[in-house]
Design a protein around this ligand. Structure first.
Ligand SMILES: CC(C)(COP(=O)(O)OP(=O)(O)OC[C@H]1O[C@@H](n2cnc3c(N)ncnc32)[C@H](O)[C@@H]1OP(=O)(O)O)[C@@H](O)C(=O)NCCC(=O)NCCS
Length: 150
């Protein structure tokens, strides 16, 4: 599994990748996320590839003027779920963010009824902090200063 930039070779396929009915309400569609990324210089959209196959989509932001990064979109194609990709994507995203050098904490938000997300992020070390004003659960991972630079 690896993360790759979104470009002309994968953009259409990412936009076409959709979740099933039971999960679609958990996050914006990939098409909407890609449109959003066009307008936001801090957004870092990524294709999730297994070999050459597109299996998911990730988006985070990590503004150089802020010590906090936010992972705000993560989806694995329905047929590819339950194979460990989600867990690997979180680790790859955290490595990429840590390598930027300026980030000390990473936050994520998800629907409080999204048990898969809760378990996935908890296993990666995120701690739930409570609901935001939209009723989304905020979870946070803080790196000690020395570790953030590693
Ligand atoms: C959440 C999501 C990204 C997980 O991806 P995945 O590739 O299926 O996850 P993995 O196979 O790597 O499993 C990692 C962990 O996630 C949790 N998990 C995954 N699917 C789960 C499910 N259906 N029910 C409960 N926990 C689940 C488990 O803790 C699992 O670890 P375990 O098997 O050791 O218990 C995927 O289910 C998805 O795309 N969901 C819809 C979009 C979404 O909700 N995104 C998150 C909010 S932004």
């Amino acid at each position: 599994m690896r993360l790759a930039p979104v470009d002309d070779t994968n953009r259409t396929a990412i936009a076409a990748m959709v979740l099933g009915e039971s999960q679609a309400h958990f996050l914006a569609s990939n098409a909407d996320s890609l449109a959003e990324a066009e307008e936001d210089a801090d957004a870092r959209p990524r294709a999730v590839l297994a070999g050459d196959q597109l299996v998911g989509f990730l988006m985070y932001d990590a503004s150089e003027s802020e010590s906090e990064a936010r992972i705000y979109r993560l989806m694995i194609a329905p047929d590819e779920q339950g194979k460990g990709y989600g867990r690997a994507v979180v680790q790859a995203a955290l490595s990429e963010i840590r390598a930027l050098g300026h980030v000390r904490e990473v936050s994520i938000c998800y629907d409080p009824g999204n048990e898969a997300a809760r378990r996935l992020y908890r296993a990666a070390g995120f701690q739930e902090k409570g609901l935001d004003e939209d009723g989304e659960m905020i979870a946070r991972l803080v790196w000690p200063a020395a570790e953030a630079r590693r």
